[in-house]
Design a protein around this ligand. Sequence first.
Ligand code: IPM
Ligand code: MG
Length: 360
Amino acid sequence: MERKIAVIRGDGIGPEIVDGALKVIDAISEKYGHKFIYEDVLMGGASINVYGKPLTDEFLSKAASCDAILLGAIGGDASVSPWYKLESFLRPEAGLLKLRKSLNLFANLRPSYLYDELKDACPLKEEIVEDGFDMVIMRELTGGLYFGERETVLKNGEYVAHDNLVYSESEIRRIAIRAFDIARKRNKKVTSVDKANVIDTSRLWRKVIEEVSKEYPDVKLEHMLVDNCAMQLIKNPKQFDVILTENMFGDILSDEASMITGSIGMLSSASLRDDSFGMYEPSHGSAPDIAGKDIANPIATILSAAMMLRYSFDMIAEANSIENAVKKVLEDGYRTVDIMSEGKKEVSCSKMSELIADRI
Ligand code: IPM
Ligand code: MG
């Protein structure tokens, strides 16, 4: 099979972790006889440095013409980077939001599970995680506060700002369908998270989710308020299967869900729409403090590449092969510094990628 991948290395540790993932994809291509064509796309700070904006229309079209996007990470240290002196629509993050919105990538899947091998790195008490947990957050990605009209105005001698939180029934319905479809293939439970005791968008959210759930009698639906969900993730993460939520709540809860796995360096993500196109990136950021040192953990990006093979290219055996190689490398005792524990072998980013590629 031949597939074209838009490769966005991005900023900070982005280039290192993407190169690691490409090593692993190359190993897949060799083993299974596929041809992957890589198209470089500039986005984020790397693009600002050259073009003065985070994503040019040319690169947007180039990315759109590929079969999928593999992204490292974007952004820098806001306290020192010149990128953050720019207007907000010219900063690195604006490139990411433009990609999500223009390509209609409305369904963001963020899995969070505890590897047996990494239980030591989990910050929760042993009695809470002795049986592990395995959930996926389905975050709506192209609506809500991120894309509502916003403004800061001077009123009676002081600045007043507003951000609009808007959701339509159709936006809610399409993400709900994705979440129920995925729950059906997993443990058949959807926890829909909202703030229906206070805000209208959440009350509409609840109504549409109820309607969609009628089409899935085999999937259990429960509603949970977002503040309670934040607490339950720490108290009893095992109760969750699919967490379905809107853009801003999903942003916050997915960081929390990743932290309890031991390291945010392990978690992949996929941003999908109704056809097979998707964007795949680690859940973590660009970690400018460790950029260029070859110590970042490439596993989240490598697992994102596995999701790309599974969801965009329908290469199931190939995706499993990457996931098994990651498991094997952990079983064999190799660790990057973020997940290092006593008695294990510490390796660099490039070495970790090589070890995983060797196990394909
Ligand atoms: C994420 C990130 C982004 C978001 C930022 C970089 C704009 O935090 O993907 O979770 O808020 O969506
Ligand atoms: Mg986030």
